[in-house]
Design a protein around this ligand. Structure first.
Ligand SMILES: C[S@@+](CC[C@H](N)C(=O)[O-])C[C@H]1O[C@@H](n2cnc3c(N)ncnc32)[C@H](O)[C@@H]1O
Length: 231
């Protein structure tokens, strides 16, 4: 297991997520050497994974629960985009007809899963190979420390333990730092991105404390990469 730190300078608070997600998708794809022909992408978004694939594939299926995302995903005769929740029964029934896949990819999406173990177990019925990047609990850790909120993101080591029950894997944890101009920009970013997971919002007092006491000019993201050895 490697633990790599990467550092980005950027000035616009609104695209911090996008910057990190794009780097994550690129790095995840760089780990895939086997040119898989049948690909499933869980949480495909607007198609960053699909657009970055450099080899010839036969079929690519992308799944996303957000209709607006699916509508922006590339389509063609060998690309199918399904507007589905990847944890739903209807998706799981539908997708089995297309299995097996040479690989199941998922970039920056599985941290939202309600029951990640069930999803991993189901994924094992679709393919022997996975390549996942998952945002983990040290993402924004100082924000959580200062504000007193609890992260909703999964713990990297716990995820590895779960995934190892179903797949042979190599893994790596990477942290990304995105530097902001000042604490106010960090605050604006937090407001936009719903750092508190959309479940528990910061109160006015918590927000004020955070702006006053946040000790850095950067935000830190932690990402777990899990990849089957033969991909
Ligand atoms: C941060 S985006 C990443 C998109 C893309 N994989 C990329 O790397 O650019 C996460 C995506 O996962 C989707 N997503 C989250 N939970 C999902 C679920 N349960 N079922 C399907 N899609 C989901 C979201 O709608 C969103 O488009």
């Amino acid at each position: 297991m490697k633990h790599i730190r990467e550092f980005s300078k950027q000035s616009h608070s609104y695209d911090a997520n996008t910057i990190v997600q794009k780097k994550v998708a690129k790095y995840l794809l760089s780990k895939i050497k086997s040119k898989p022909k049948k690909i499933l992408d869980l949480g495909c978004g607007t198609g960053d994974i699909n657009k970055k694939i450099t080899w010839q594939y036969e079929n690519f299926i992308g799944i996303d629960c957000a209709k607006g995302m699916c509508e922006k995903h590339p389509v063609s005769s060998n690309i199918l985009v399904l507007n589905e929740n990847f944890e739903s029964e209807s998706f799981q029934k539908k997708i089995q007809k297309f299995a097996p896949f040479d690989i199941v990819i998922s970039s920056s999406a599985l941290q939202w899963s309600d029951d990640i173990e069930e999803l991993i177990k189901f994924t094992a019925s679709l393919s022997k190979n996975i390549a996942f990047s998952i945002f983990t609990c040290n993402t924004f850790k100082d924000i959580y420390n200062v504000s007193g909120l609890k992260t909703f993101l999964p713990d990297a080591k716990e995820l590895v333990t779960i995934i190892k029950k179903y797949f042979d894997i190599n893994y790596e944890i990477k942290t990304y730092k995105v530097v902001f101009d000042d604490n106010m920009s960090i605050f604006r970013y937090i407001k936009k991105s719903g750092v508190s997971g959309g479940k528990k919002k910061l109160t006015v007092t918590q927000t004020k404390n955070l702006i006053r006491n946040y000790p850095h000019d950067y935000l830190e993201f932690e990402v777990l990469y899990v990849v089957s050895p033969s991909v």
